[in-house]
Ligand binder design. Structure first.
Ligand code: FE2
Ligand code: FE2
Length: 194
């Protein structure tokens, strides 16, 4: 079912268009479309998939100073890595905003909150958003192409593990390494149902 059929989609797209750059807007719509194309088969609510996809990057175009300021306003307890790398706050801030303004479900809140790093115990919608954000069809890098192919041919678990491994490998090269990405990968590899 396309995202336009969700009752609030029209108003939400207007909100997103006012807030995001055209590139981010496009990525958000692609993420929502892609996520809602496969997540319902995992048992995730279609409306939740659309909401999480559309709003996951709602704070992604904010400057660092603004992210830290908003986090203080929302009383988000910042980790050491978030205090050094403000961009890591864009998920938690979008989740908080969605909870206050859209009254989203706990599943949507959790998925958006953790979409950048993942975390051990992350729910199905969060896992699906983690894959969709990385592999939505407008992502043209070869790893995104491979993740889409894995999802198509080998299924969700294979795609999820691949995306978690790639993100972990990339994040290790960055100046600020958030421990949740590694913890998420270890959890996926050891949870026993892969
Ligand atoms: Fe993001
Ligand atoms: Fe994203």
């Amino acid at each position: 079912m396309p995202i336009a059929e969700e009752p609030s989609a029209r108003a939400w797209l207007k909100l997103l268009r006012e807030r995001l750059t055209p590139e981010r807007m496009s990525h958000s719509v692609f993420t929502a479309e892609y996520l809602s194309s496969f997540a319902p088969s995992l048992g995730v609510d279609h409306g939740d998939a659309v909401t999480a996809g559309l709003f996951h990057d709602f704070y992604r175009d904010h400057e660092a100073a603004s992210l830290w300021k908003e986090a203080r306003k929302y009383r988000i307890i910042m980790s050491e890595t978030q205090m050094r790398e403000a961009l890591l706050l864009h998920g938690p801030l979008a989740a908080e905003w969605c909870r206050r303004e859209l009254d989203v479900s706990e599943e949507v809140y959790e998925a958006i909150y953790w979409h950048t790093t993942g975390r051990p115990g992350l729910g199905l919608l969060g896992q699906a958003l983690f894959v969709a954000d990385f592999a939505e069809p407008s992502r043209s890098f070869p790893e995104a192409e491979k993740a889409r192919k894995l999802l198509r041919l080998e299924g969700f678990e294979a795609a999820l593990l691949y995306v978690a491994e790639i993100r972990h490998a990339w994040i290790r090269l960055q100046a600020v390494v958030d421990p949740d990405t590694k913890a998420f990968l270890i959890w996926l590899k050891t949870r026993g149902n892969m």
